[in-house]
Design a protein around this ligand. Structure first.
Ligand code: AHR
Length: 820
């Protein structure tokens, strides 16, 4: 039985008003064809163009940046798996096909200076071209769709525009093109029937040459008429978000200078906005731009949080560091963005905002300088951006990507990202308890369970537990957002994502409902509460391994007294010399493999001994100690649960590789014994270090024994350290109140119902309410069953100064008591 003692008289601090918010990034084709419901893919014909600084391999499979980053491109179709999954037939101009017509890109005679290509078509009599959209063009009976195109002819031409699927014509219209130059032609098309797989067909009955500068087809009805897809914005609205971080993510950084995000490409008439290749493998036409983000913030009453590129491209992808004029251009771009948002109507950029239909300034109080950047290259650029922004906009809070204050730099907030397992989040609810309150405030800009129970109920509960930790520390943790937000299921790049959609429908994963419940019920003050609960240990399994520098010699390895065989040579090869085994350096093939993996040193050895399913037992080994060389033994060396990106049956199962096996590491070096676990963003010690002595030049005896909870570490027969497998509370809670209500957020991570005794310092009404999220550990939502896991409201009787609330097994609960 658990217990929560609640002291409403002891207010700890006010709640952070905008704790829960959104992070939008154009990943998984979240924008065009999604939140920004353009139904034509490659509306500007630029998808197959390679960024100007890049080259392409022969087959058009990859783009290669001058600094050496290689990315899948497939002549503009994006990832190979999208081509297979959506059965996309080959075309040199992605999404566009022809019948009795010849298409060609014209990169000279384009619609305007920001367009890099036009589509030039030579139609035979009755010839046609068509666009297949984002895995088909959706049509709903009686709904209206706004079509427009910029086209150019040298003699009058009649064009028929229709929406068709394999069986029928759903809508059609025609135009007489007669004037010279690029002219805009508009029409509303109304679908006669539903169709999930239509295409837009352009037919030229008489035949002739026509140049198209830009073509668009969008639903007429959008959220508040502001151009965004209704069901998706409604899902955002229901989260009750306090802020929106945009436009990324890694897309802000880009992979080359021309693919880095710039504000000025995201404003003005959409056909004048340049497109560019996003580092998530496809082009953006920037229709969902700076203005649209600000408008969305206004519509949903969110604080805009603009992430700017600080003059460097993605550090994980062979970065380009901008300097001099190039850096100045990026800083000026950021300042121009702020003028666009908030400048008077007579300022250069304020005037454009006004022309775009918003004469009054938008608000903007937060700016993030860079995304996931760090190190000295970042710090110098960060400081320059910070100074220039503060000079002009002192009220704007500047958010750093790293703890730049440790280098003496100013920062209002630091953005920390967490991608991990449900257990990791549950184990770390105290992460910010001892955070130095003199340091900058914390923004949890990206947070999600991405391994193990990713996208499932238990993943949502792990996040909810961590958010309870954040709420308990919301005097310094001021903002938090899940990442990523959207996924077009036909084009996934990352998994999981909070909201999944196809052309017709959308649904949210269980995490959405946990975040929604927490965002909906906030209270005014966090009040003191103390809880008692059981402890659960992280499930661990796996055998021993040896890691570190090459040429380690060992003998007599045993597991529970039986020989422990070498089962996987992940890095390095084991050579037997009689009873002695020597692990040689990784060979060329292994080194090459390692370069493709995340955070794997191609020179380190990594060899596994024994079977994966072991949980308890005793491992012994004799290792030759050498002066100046560390001994590194892995405990619980098993494959991690499913990895980010690996989300469907087309991906290979989890492999035995050095990136996918992350054992606890027992290391003896320079007279110190340490035991740590790898975790992102920071590694973690599992016990205090111990001073030890190795006999150099001799075989030393190493042993660890574990029952799956406790770990004993022995050197030459002596117990030198004791550690524990990470554990977490079976239920965790946080309490806030208002004048009239008490709000208890409680997460039960155990598979049993948890009776929680609630003890209050004030009287409450008998009747109370709770929002409850519960179900099977691995339960998911789907298009077929979108609300299989969602918050359900219950009304109960029996609340009093001391009463018992029964938290269902595996549940997140927001209990609302009414003060008397
Ligand atoms: O959310 C997906 C990616 O994760 C973001 O682009 C990046 O900031 C992080 O690495």
């Amino acid at each position: 039985m658990g217990k929560i003692n609640i002291f409403t008289q002891n207010k700890r601090f006010p709640v952070a008003p905008n704790l829960y918010g959104l992070f939008f990034e154009d990943i998984n084709r979240a924008a065009d064809g999604g939140l920004y419901p353009e139904l034509l893919r490659n509306r500007s014909f630029e998808d197959s163009l390679v960024p100007k600084e890049c080259s392409c391999d022969k087959e058009g499979y990859s783009v290669i940046t001058p600094s050496g980053w290689k990315d899948e491109f497939n002549h503009g179709e994006g990832l190979s798996r999208w081509i297979t999954y959506n059965s996309i037939p080959y075309t040199p101009i992605p999404a566009w096909y022809s019948i009795n017509a010849k298409m060609e890109l014209d990169t000279g005679d384009t619609l305007n200076k920001n367009r890099s290509a036009a589509l030039s078509v030579k139609f035979d009599k009755g010839g046609k071209i068509y666009n297949i959209g984002y895995s088909g063009i959706p049509q709903r009976a009686k709904l209206m769709y706004c079509f427009y195109m910029f086209a150019k002819v040298n003699r009058p031409q009649r064009l028929v525009i229709s929406l068709e699927d394999d069986k029928r014509i759903l809508a059609h219209t025609d135009f007489l093109l007669s004037k010279e130059g690029y002219i805009r032609y508009d029409r509303i098309l109304t679908a006669s029937e539903d169709s999930v797989d239509a295409r837009l067909v352009i037919t030229c009955p008489e035949g002739g040459c026509i140049k198209f500068g830009f073509i668009s087809l969008m639903p007429r009805d959008t959220f508040l008429g502001h151009g965004l897809r209704i069901d998706l914005v409604e899902k955002l609205r229901d989260l009750n978000p306090g802020f929106l971080r945009f436009p990324g993510g890694c897309v802000v950084e880009g992979i080359t200078s021309s693919t880095a995000m710039r504000f000025r490409n995201m404003v003005g008439p959409v056909w004048e906005r340049p497109s560019h290749l996003l580092m998530w493998h496809y082009h953006t036409y920037n229709g969902l731009g700076f203005h649209e983000f600000l408008q969305l913030c206004e519509d949903l009453n969110m604080e805009p949080l603009y992430v700017l590129n600080c003059g460097m491209t993605c550090q994980a992808r062979c970065p380009v560091l901008m300097e001099g004029d190039a850096l100045e251009e990026m800083i000026q771009d950021a300042l121009d963005a702020l003028e666009y948002a908030t400048g008077p109507e007579n300022s250069k950029w304020g005037m454009l905002r006004s022309q775009m239909g918003h004469p009054a300034p938008f608000k903007i109080n937060y700016v993030e300088i860079g995304n996931e950047n760090s190190g000295t290259d970042y710090e110098s650029r960060y400081l320059e951006c910070y100074r220039r922004i503060k000079q002009k906009y002192p009220h704007i809070a500047c958010i750093a990507n790293a703890h730049v204050e440790d280098s003496g730099l100013p920062a209002d907030m630091v953005d920390e990202h967490f991608y991990n397992t449900a257990e990791y989040f549950a184990e770390n609810i105290h992460y910010y308890d001892s955070y130095d309150r003199g340091k900058p405030d914390i923004f949890l800009g990206e947070l999600a369970v991405v391994r193990g129970y990713a996208g499932q109920l238990y993943g949502a509960l792990g996040e909810a537990a961590f958010l309870i930790g954040a709420e308990r520390n919301q005097d310094i943790v001021h903002m938090a957002s899940y990442a990523p937000l959207f996924e077009n299921v036909d084009y996934f790049t990352w998994f999981p994502n909070l909201i999944r959609f196809n052309n017709m429908e959308s649904y949210a994963i269980p995490s959405y409902y946990a975040w929604k419940m927490f965002g909906m019920y906030r209270g005014d003050y966090v009040v003191e509460s103390r809880e008692e609960s059981d402890i659960l240990y992280r499930p661990v399994k796996g055998m021993a391994s040896l890691l570190g520098q090459a040429d380690i010699c060992f003998k007599n390895a045993t597991w529970n007294g039986n020989p422990a065989e070498i089962t996987h040579e992940l890095m390095g090869r084991v050579k037997r010399e009689g009873k002695i085994c020597r692990i040689t350096a990784p060979d060329e093939e292994q080194q090459k493999e390692a370069e493709k993996l995340y955070q794997v040193d191609p020179d380190r050895i990594f060899v596994i001994l024994g079977q994966e399913d072991e949980q308890q037992g005793c491992f012994e080994i004799e290792i030759l100690a050498e002066e100046g060389k560390a001994v590194e033994i892995g405990l619980f060396s098993s494959r991690m649960p499913k990895e980010v990106y690996v989300s469907d049956e087309t991906d290979p199962p989890n492999e035995w590789n050095a990136g996918n096996v992350r054992p606890f590491l027992w290391k003896i070096e320079n007279g110190r014994s340490t035991i740590t676990e790898f975790s992102y963003p920071n590694g973690r010690k599992l016990a205090e270090d111990a001073d030890v002595e190795l006999s150099a030049g001799k075989y030393n005896h190493f042993k660890y024994e574990t029952d799956g909870k406790r770990i004993g570490l022995y050197l030459n027969g002596r117990l030198i350290q004791e550690a524990y497998v990470p554990s977490f509370q079976s239920f965790v809670s946080v309490v806030s109140d208002t004048e009239t209500k008490i709000l208890i957020k409680a997460v039960n991570l155990s598979e049993k119902e948890e009776p929680i005794e609630i003890v209050l310092d004030c009287d409450v009404k008998q009747e109370y309410f709770a929002a409850v999220l519960t179900g099977e550990k691995q339960a998911v939502n789907s298009f077929e069953n979108p609300q299989n896991i969602c918050d359900r409201e219950v009304c109960r009787q029996g609340a009093s100064k001391k009463f018992t609330y029964y938290a269902p097994p595996l549940s997140a609960n927001v209990i609302r008591l009414i003060k008397k």
